[in-house]
Write a protein of this length. Structure first.
Length: 278
């Protein structure tokens, strides 16, 4: 194939409806862009209906309904053909926002995504109502976009990361980790982890080190920080209350390790994701 030259689309310069860190597009019946381009942001292209042919990083990619393509900063693409009945949802996410979200899901997720060879393709999982996202972009809120991003990342993890990451993970440990994500267990910390797993502390420590490369204390704190991140952007509860409910005895320490983990303070995160309600 003849190598094409791509133009760069910059998030801040795109002339379309944008709410803070997200750009949402729903395409139904119109011709999609044949302009070969790259981005300085992440983008999901979800084919709801019909079929399409794209060029992604100089390769032809045929897609059918249900398929999702994830594009990273620097990936190049354009549509060269699609059916008349095509319906597509596209969610563009500012780089910094995407990296914070991916880090909150799993510390290694971003590294896994960026090491994948293009195109990154996966399918929707579980139940979601695409009709909710067939609204005009003006009717959607930032919470809709955050929910959609969480859903898409979860779909990617389920198909591309989850089985690989947890291959060989003892079922008892996997179940215990899911139970540990509850706030009441995170607040209790290591004692709850030991009690729920029925392992000795030394054996549990070895398993966490083996599968996650962390000490017990580091792993518990990472689970707490992931929960705190979600609470800061999805609730209006005071940061001090969130920290206390997750088992942080020192609010200043919570602020310090939160910033070290996500490169932003809890207060700055909430301010950057605030929503006007009137």
């Amino acid at each position: 194939m003849l190598k094409l030259t791509a133009i760069l689309y910059e998030f801040e310069k795109i002339n379309c409806v944008r709410q803070q860190n997200y750009i949402f597009q729903f395409v139904n019946g119109r011709k999609m862009t044949p302009i070969y381009h790259s981005h300085d942001f992440y983008e999901f292209v979800w084919l709801l209906r019909g079929n399409s042919v794209q060029i992604v990083n100089d390769k032809d990619v045929n897609s059918t309904a249900g398929e999702i393509i994830m594009l990273r900063p620097g990936d190049k693409h354009c549509f060269i053909n699609h059916s008349e009945d095509v319906e597509v949802i596209a969610l563009s996410v500012k780089r910094e926002e995407f990296e914070l979200f991916a880090g909150a899901f799993n510390p290694s997720l971003l590294r896994h995504i960026n090491s994948e060879s293009a195109p990154i393709r996966f399918y929707s999982v579980g139940t979601i109502m695409p009709d909710e996202f067939r609204k005009t972009a003006q009717k959607l809120t930032i919470y809709d976009y955050k929910f959609l991003l969480s859903y898409l990342l979860n779909a990617y993890i389920t198909e591309n990361v989850g089985l690989k990451r947890n291959s060989g993970l003892p079922p008892t440990l996997a179940l215990t980790i899911e139970k540990m994500k509850k706030a009441e267990n995170l607040k209790r910390g290591i004692p709850a982890f030991i009690e729920l797993s029925h392992y000795s502390q030394s054996h549990l420590s070895r398993l966490i080190k083996q599968y996650y490369g962390m000490s017990l204390k580091q792993y518990i704190n990472d689970l707490r920080l992931q929960a705190a991140y979600n609470d800061m952007i999805l609730t209006n509860r005071p940061a001090e209350e969130i920290a206390e409910n997750l088992g942080f005895s020192s609010f200043s320490h919570f602020n310090k390790i939160f910033k070290a983990r996500f490169s932003i303070t809890p207060a700055a995160l909430r301010k950057s994701n605030s929503v006007w309600t009137i």
